[in-house]
Ligand binder design. Structure first.
Ligand code: SAM
Ligand code: DTB
Ligand code: SF4
Length: 322
């Protein structure tokens, strides 16, 4: 049964189960609701990079930190379409455009993003955007242009949020998500493990995600990629068991969502990723770059899929409403 009335203590009870038991429960829920061999393959593209006014402590694109990531103004439409075409040829069924913006502004740049969305949506691929905060009318414009989903992460618990980001608050995130939902967009919303948060914070994040009604259709669980120059540069990548526990709990709480094993796979062994797929992850980002940081290459992922008997989900299945 799909529920949006999870209490924090119910979520804690699931999250804190003996790991083997939680893994079994999550794997069972996963098999009841999904084809466990099918994994959605998405591709990311940073269409506007760096120079962001926000202070998200994990992010190499914030203008406040000295990182190796340079600034690039908004890409042109033809280059974005070329990149989407290449991603499709390599088997991606979903293409996500990311911009290092605090928020969407009604200007020429947004007009250009609308052109990109229009073009890619006609290519038989799901197109998603992650552009920061947006209003309902901007969300409606994106929807009319053919946008499938909007990504906007809660990142961590409401309590820990202000230790990671001070330039906006948790409620502003919820508002943008509501705007996307009201515009009829599919919602992609998740968080990051490894920010220095506690188990209670991960429980708080999962409870916030699972209390959305309806649940987000996609739930990206990112492992922090520590980047030199950011305040979290010295943070160790999160412990594998914590990633597995978080993904398994997400699967039990949101049985029909697509749970994405997102950033941080390069720091995970094949065995660790296998356990994540077993307990419910059924989506990844493919290609050797995420937005600005490296990701396993096509060849490595192809080999991993072969070893595990996984296959890329077809577009029809991937677009099926939950
Ligand atoms: N600027 C927009 C925003 O913040 O919503 C969109 C782009 S932002 C880079 C998208 C998401 O990437 C963030 O919400 C965060 O969850 C994730 N992210 C960014 N840097 C990361 C890192 N170093 N490790 C893991 N996830 C990261
Ligand atoms: C999400 O949850 N993870 C993606 C996507 N949504 C936009 C971004 C990961 C970014 C990792 C750091 C980087 O490459 O800059
Ligand atoms: Fe800007 Fe998004 Fe990075 Fe925060 S996560 S600094 S809003 S690009």
């Amino acid at each position: 049964m799909k529920r949006s009335d999870w209490t924090r203590s119910e979520v804690a009870e699931i999250y804190r189960k003996p790991l083997i038991e939680l893994m079994h429960e999550a794997a069972s829920v996963h098999r009841e609701r999904h084809d466990p061999a099918a994994v959605q393959v998405s591709r990311l593209l940073s269409i506007k990079t760096g120079g962001c006014s926000e202070d998200c402590a994990y992010c190499p694109q914030s203008a406040r930190y000295q990182t190796a990531v340079g600034s690039h103004k908004l890409m042109n439409v033809a280059d974005v379409v070329e990149s989407a075409t290449a991603a499709k040829a390599e088997g991606a069924t979903r293409f996500c455009l990311g911009a290092a913006w605090r928020e969407v502004k009604d200007n020429k740049d947004f007009d250009r993003v609308i052109e990109m969305v229009t073009a890619i949506s006609q290519m038989d691929m799901e197109v998603c955007c992650t552009l920061g905060m947006l209003t309902e009318s901007q969300a409606k414009r994106l929807k009319s242009a053919g946008l499938h989903a909007y990504n906007h992460n809660l990142d961590t618990s409401p309590e820990y949020y202000e230790s990671i980001i001070t330039t906006r608050d948790f409620d502003a995130r919820l508002q943008t998500l509501e705007h996307a939902r009201n515009a009829g967009l599919s919602v992609c919303c998740g968080g990051i493990v490894g920010l220095g948060e506690s188990d209670d914070d991960r429980i708080g994040l999962l409870a916030s995600l699972a209390s959305m009604n309806p649940h987000p259709e996609s739930v990206p669980i990112n492992a922090l990629v520590p980047v030199a120059g950011t305040p979290l540069q010295d943070q160790q990548p999160p412990d594998t068991w914590t990633m597995i526990r978080t993904i398994a709990t997400a699967r039990v709480l949101m049985p029909e969502a697509r749970v994405r094993l997102s950033a941080g796979r390069l720091n995970m062994s094949a065995e660790a990723q296998a356990l994540c797929f077993m307990v419910g992850a059924n989506s990844i980002f493919s290609g050797d770059k995420l937005l600005t940081t490296p990701n396993p290459d096509q060849q490595g992922d192809r080999a991993l899929f072969q070893i595990l008997g996984l296959r890329a989900m077809s577009l029809e299945v991937s677009s099926r409403p939950s």
